[in-house]
Design a protein around this ligand. Structure first.
Ligand code: ADP
Ligand code: MG
Length: 267
């Protein structure tokens, strides 16, 4: 789907990010981060809150600059947001005064897409997330799960080569969340964008990711990268899934114990 736009391969080397806190102190949010994400990969970032997951995604998406080290996309330094790389947050970012269809169309209007093509692509994207029938509704008429689907449809309509998703399903009920996880995997298999997905739900990470990147705090860093290696469709109730879950929980508990020595963290 990257249509001559490169393979959307991300490379981080020696990445550090410092912030100045409100009290004027320097804080190291990330240090010494090396990571390679191949084009078409699906990587999940997990770790205790405050370990720098959002910061890492924002660096890759070009919303932040590293204070040291390099962040590159297809070999070129990331200098700012790219319209071909989409970031989806937990709060859907829909325009309340626009209909579902208009919200999805909005992302296409800034691009050189004819109005007829834009409508076609918007309809197609709404179909992918099962919202064709809701095209004429406004956000206040939708449930949280439907709003998040509109946000996903809006992202998909522009056929991004990279999807950055920062805890996109965190606010949803368990049922909706499972459903959207399935849809996301189906869409990823069909179009193969590079996906970097932040979650604090270890099961979600194992269900979705080709690899799970476990991060640790103080300073934020990569602790371990776990290849998931399970065939798809994945089944949470199967023994192979439970095996990966056990491995990830054990690794996570080590991080959590270390972190708890310094400060109380929650996931
Ligand atoms: P996570 O997403 O894993 O919860 P974040 O990336 O949001 O972690 O934050 C990592 C650390 O960096 C935290 O200690 C947070 O307070 C700090 N931080 C993040 N963004 C900023 C900012 N804009 N200014 C100051 N500190 C920040
Ligand atoms: Mg975060």
């Amino acid at each position: 789907m990257s249509g001559g736009r490169g393979t959307a391969e991300i490379r981080l080397r020696g990445v550090e990010k410092r912030f100045r806190t409100a009290r004027g102190e320097e804080q190291v949010a990330l240090a010494g981060v090396d990571l390679d994400v191949a084009g078409g990969d699906f990587v999940c970032l997990v770790g205790p809150s405050g370990c720098g997951k959002s910061t890492l995604v924002n660096l890759m998406a070009g919303f932040e600059r590293p204070t040291a080290g390099r962040v590159a996309m297809d070999g070129a330094p990331v200098n700012g947001p790219d319209p071909d790389h989409i970031l989806i947050f937990q709060d859907y970012g829909l325009y309340p005064w626009k209909t579902v269809l208009e919200n999805v169309l909005f992302g296409l209007q800034a691009r050189k897409v004819s109005p007829a093509d834009a409508r076609e692509r918007a309809r197609e994207a709404l179909e992918m997330v099962g919202l064709e029938a809701a095209a004429g509704l406004h956000p206040h008429e939708l449930s949280g799960g439907m709003k998040q689907r509109v946000a996903i449809a809006r992202a998909l309509a522009v056929e991004p080569s990279v999807l950055f998703m920062d805890e996109p399903f965190a606010a949803l009920d368990a049922f909706t969340r499972l459903h959207l996880q399935e849809e996301l995997v189906r869409i990823w298999e069909e179009r193969r964008p590079t996906v970097v997905f932040v979650t604090h739900d270890l099961d979600e990470a194992i269900y979705l990711g080709q690899r799970v990147v476990l991060m640790a705090p103080g300073p934020g860093r990569i602790q371990r990268i776990l290849p998931v290696g399970l065939p798809r469709p994945r089944e949470r109730t199967r023994a192979d899934f439970a095996g990966v879950r056990r491995e990830l929980f054990e690794a996570f508990q080590l991080v959590h114990r270390d972190a708890a020595g310094e400060q109380e963290y929650s996931i």
